[in-house]
Design a binder for this molecule. Structure first.
Ligand code: FAD
Length: 468
């Protein structure tokens, strides 16, 4: 009898490739006869990860870095031999655009929660009434039904007031989730604040207590950034990850149409071209709307991911240094929703990530595409560029045109984690466990959108298939 198990992995983004790596690792370490095949629809691996390397520039079309404290990704980067290529971001002041002026994010604000009195009391970003309202957090009781999920917006509005939410917290978070803060699930995105309120009642006092004491950094030594990326861009990680497994185990340019369970408990994966592959297990990492089609709708809880994923576009532009007369020090800015701009954020890439830019050049990377205004993403490159340049002129006084630019669209790319998300994921996994016990769902739609979350979900999926 052939004991060899075959795992079919759908999708060759970071989650799918990480899953392949972990299956191979398990087979080697445990001496098990397990093989795998990754099936990727496009001709390129990496999914949302897509780096442009040209003329000494390293420009990202999608994600540009990951949170260093989520170490599962760093471990995998080291496992594939790229540990020496890891780079931390340069730290520096970040700004918020409000009333068309750039305001420094008040010192000590942690995810927008003030932990230092003076910078918060003196910032012109909030009115006196707004500051007083935020201070109510110190005396307000905790939420009674803390176990029940609530939106990030409602949670913070209750504790700190609308002004702090609209002018600071929302712009900071929308860069990560590109969604509506008043629908975004607190439990699935920032469960630590539920705990802070439970334990300390006041978020301000809780954050003050739990923030690590800031060690005085010697002037000669710069503070380390909270993010990491790779010298050659994130695509270099995808390349190393794909090379860590045999080439013949990855099929690109092959689109999956359906997955069916066979009578003997195995699975049949049917491709768009009619060909069929059978496997004992399937790890599914495709975007949610596609996953739903692959299995037919019945297993999927009503209402789950009903809100369309948001589309965003980024515009990376290179200027000659002497053409950008801009005196503020720092790494970029985010924008309050009330502002009438097309851009939602701008990273001063050459400052935040100096390795990405040749000497004498300045790279700015702007984001467009709010959840409420998706039209701009579908405009032509030229139209998007003009709108971005118009905003940069008003905000930063940048009056020149870029030497070159890249507009990158990521359509329906940001899954929306709405209130109740965690509960729905649980329901979905239970339904799969009952009906399709050899199938695992992993990747951005379920347990976190960050790159380390995706890597972790791949690891958990593989572990759960083989830990018996
Ligand atoms: P994907 O990358 O979407 O991979 C899924 C794969 O499935 C794709 O390659 C697709 O082609 C394939 N596929 C689809 N249909 C089929 C089919 N029928 N058959 C076979 N294959 C199929 N995260 C961070 O941590 N840091 C950041 O700085 C950051 N910035 C971001 C910026 C942008 C603009 C975006 C869009 C996301 C950002 N994220 C960031 C989030 C992060 O990039 C994603 O959550 C992550 O890359 C998702 O990886 P994945 O493998 O789960 O899915």
């Amino acid at each position: 009898m052939n004991e060899r198990k075959h795992v079919i992995i759908l999708g060759g983004g970071i989650t799918g490739l990480a899953a392949a790596f972990y299956v191979q690792k398990y087979a080697k370490e445990e001496g098990k006869a397990v093989t795998f095949t990754v099936i990727e629809a496009s001709n390129r691996l990496g999914g949302k990860i897509d780096t442009i390397n040209e003329d000494g520039f390293v420009l990202e079309r999608g994600p540009d870095s990951y949170l260093a404290r989520k170490t599962v990704m760093t471990e995998l980067v080291k496992d594939v031999g790229l540990g020496d290529d890891l780079v931390s971001n340069e730290t520096g002041q970040a700004y918020i655009l409000h009333n068309m002026r750039l305001h420094p994010i008040p010192e000590g604000a942690v995810m927008g929660i003030p932990t230092k009195v003076m910078p918060f009391a003196t910032t012109p970003l909030f009115s006196v009434a707004g500051k007083a309202r935020a201070g109510l957090d110190l005396v307000l009781p905790k939420r009674k039904n803390a176990e029940q999920d609530i939106s990030v917006g409602h949670f913070f509005r209750r504790r700190l007031g609308d002004e702090v939410v609209d002018r600071l917290i929302e712009p900071l978070l929308s860069g990560i989730y590109a969604g509506r803060i008043d629908r975004l699930s607190l439990q699935s995105t920032f469960p630590q604040f539920v705990e802070t309120e439970k334990k300390h009642r006041s978020l301000i006092l809780g954050m003050k207590k739990t923030q690590p004491k800031q060690e005085k950094t010697p002037i000669s030594k710069k503070k380390k950034g909270a993010f990491l990326t790779l010298k050659g861009g994130l695509s270099s990680f995808i390349e190393a990850l794909s090379k860590a497994v045999p080439e013949e185990n990855i099929k690109t340019g092959v689109s999956v149409r359906a997955v069916e369970r066979l009578e003997d408990g195995a699975y049949s994966v049917i491709m768009e071209d009619g060909s069929v592959m059978t496997g004992d297990h399937v790890i599914v990492t495709t975007p949610y709307p596609i996953t739903k089609k692959l299995f037919g709708g019945t297993l999927f809880p009503a209402g789950f991911h009903d809100t369309k994923p948001t589309s965003v576009a980024t515009v990376a532009m290179s200027f000659n240094e002497e053409d950008v007369n801009f005196s503020l020090d720092g790494t970029g800015f985010v924008i309050a929703k009330s502002e009438k701009t097309s851009i939602t954020a701008c990273t001063w890439t050459s400052r935040k990530w100096p390795h990405t830019t040749p000497k004498g050049k300045v790279v700015l990377r702007c984001y467009v595409g709010r959840a409420e205004d998706q039209d701009i993403v579908h405009q032509s490159d030229e139209v998007i560029l003009e709108k971005v340049l118009d905003d940069l002129k008003k905000i930063m006084g940048v009056d020149s045109r870029p030497e070159f630019y890249h507009v990158s669209r990521m359509i329906d790319s940001m899954p929306q984690y709405e209130v109740g998300h965690k509960e729905q994921v649980k329901k979905l996994r239970t339904a799969f466990q009952n009906e399709l016990p050899g199938v695992r769902l992993a990747g951005a739609p379920y347990d976190g959108v960050g790159l380390p979350d995706c890597v972790n979900s791949a690891k958990v999926a593989v572990d759960s298939l083989f830990s018996k």
